[in-house]
Ligand binder design. Structure first.
Ligand SMILES: [Zn+2]
Length: 462
């Protein structure tokens, strides 16, 4: 090699190095976690049957377009679990469990009732999904010894990323609060709300806690302040100051739509409290269909994404469809909630393809726990044990039954696509053949603590 060509080779190598570093430095990391509260396999199944007419009608259920599927365990570090049980005389009785949470495919499905025992609550599972640590029920981002934990949003924010929390139920209820809140008691909604809006971690907070509207979206005569939202004092400041702690406040559906469509530029920090109380749709008492003055979960997600996407490094976003957990016994409303969720998933995927890419964005769909032991109508009979719900065609409520009023310990679905999706393969704990057979997939099992641990790796550039 001549001196000249050696110099040239060195120049080319140097150029490649500089270009590689530039590309790496400009690559964003966006981590999007979508949770159906209480949405186990049964809820995803009846949702699919209602929405598409098929048992596995959504792209993620068909493993299309790079989607991967797992089961995800949700158990917690025990604590006292309160549960209701119907006695022989038909009356309800409170039952307290205080066993340690665990999961083993060998014992989980032995009898119909086995998989129902000793479930997590939403606080412990939200802690696991945000901090990557198992804790006792009732705690939000504090471990079993009372030590405060760092959430994936805290971790991302400390490294210059944006973060957001969007729910269609109350904004400081356990699941959405756990994105940035820390509290030994999930019931302390007022302080969880304060921490979410005052600490410089979140730049999107959206949820249902408007004091002037009821669950049907009708205006009240007097304000009623939800314990999982702003206090009367905070409300006064939010609605009179131009930017309360830097937040731009919106409440009208058209304002969500304008930011979602890009007609109006996204603010730096978006606080959205649509004109409804408690839940966007699922607790409405009339039968006139959806409350049209309330934005869809999709509109909230797009407005949130446009806000977070202003950050040059990327963002963490948690989206919760929050009320499947409260709809046991009501398959129609469960299907409606799942449809809103499926719509939001599709809209977010379309947004990623238009505004980002799967090289820089991860999307995860899961649940915090199963609720309702939702199976087919004969699932508790020996010959048809764990029968799955039976579809009746698109738009028809499937044949199914809720065998329990509250949470179970069954693994939940976990679908993942995009940046780092292969990392989940490396965290598979075991294969649960029974679980896989019931729901029609391989049955590979990961744990809810894997979700934020992988998120932190990605925000750390690993
Ligand atoms: Zn929950």
């Amino acid at each position: 090699m001549t001196v000249m060509s050696r110099k040239f080779a060195r120049f080319v190598l140097g150029l490649i190095l500089v270009l590689t570093l530039t590309v790496c430095a400009s690559a964003k990391t966006n981590y999007i976690l979508m949770i159906v509260d209480g949405g186990g396999e049964g809820a995803y199944r009846i949702g699919s049957q209602f929405y598409t007419g098929e048992d596995r009608g959504l792209p993620y259920m068909k493993h299309e377009d790079g989607w991967k599927e797992f089961g995800c365990t949700t158990y917690s570090k025990s604590g006292v679990v309160q549960d209701t049980k119907t006695t022989d005389s038909g009356t309800e009785k409170i039952v307290n469990y205080s066993e340690d949470g665990s999961y083993s495919p060998d014992t989980h499905w032995l009898e119909f009732e086995t998989h129902m025992k000793n479930p997590t609550d939403s606080a412990a599972s939200a802690t696991a999904l945000n901090s990557g640590v198992k804790t006792k029920n009732g705690r939000i981002n504090f471990d079993e010894n009372g030590k405060q934990l760092e959430t994936v949003a805290d971790f991302a924010a400390a490294r210059g990323f944006a973060a957001g929390s969007i729910t269609n139920v109350m904004p400081s209820h356990a699941t959405p609060a756990a994105v940035a809140g820390h509290n030994m008691n999930r019931g302390d909604g007022a302080n969880l709300w304060r921490e979410m809006v005052k600490k410089d971690v979140l730049s999107v907070v959206i949820g249902a806690a408007h004091p002037w509207y009821d669950k049907n979206g009708e205006r009240r005569e007097e304000a009623q302040f939800n314990p999982y939202g702003p206090s009367e004092h905070a409300w006064g400041r939010i609605t009179t100051e131009p930017t309360y702690h830097g937040w731009t406040f919106i409440e009208k559906r058209e304002d969500f739509q304008k930011i979602a469509s890009g007609e109006v530029p996204a603010p730096k920090k978006l606080m959205g409290l649509p004109q409804v109380a408690g839940t966007f749709q699922s607790s409405r008492s009339h039968d006139r269909g959806r409350n049209e003055n309330v934005p869809t979960l999709t509109e909230c997600c797009l407005a949130g994404l446009n806000t977070l996407n202003q950050n040059e490094k990327g963002f963490y976003l948690m989206v919760e469809s929050g009320s499947v957990d409260w709809l046991t016994g009501n398959a129609q409303r469960t299907c409606e909630e799942m449809c809103e969720f499926f719509d939001a998933v599709q809209a977010i995927c379309d947004w990623v393809e238009k505004n980002s890419s799967w090289e820089e964005t991860t999307i995860i769909l899961t649940a915090d726990h199963e609720t309702g032991a939702l199976f087919g109508p004969l699932a508790d009979q020996p010959d048809t044990m764990f029968q799955a719900p039976i579809g009746k065609g698109k738009g028809q409520v499937p044949e199914c039954n809720f065998f329990k009023k509250s949470h179970t310990n069954a693994p939940v679905p976990l679908f993942v696509k995009g940046k780092g999706a292969e990392k989940f393969e490396g965290r598979v704990k075991c294969t649960d053949e029974t679980f896989g057979k019931i729901w029609g997939f391989e049955g590979k099992i990961v744990d809810n603590t894997d979700v934020p641990q992988i998120g932190k790796e990605l925000f750390d550039g690993k």
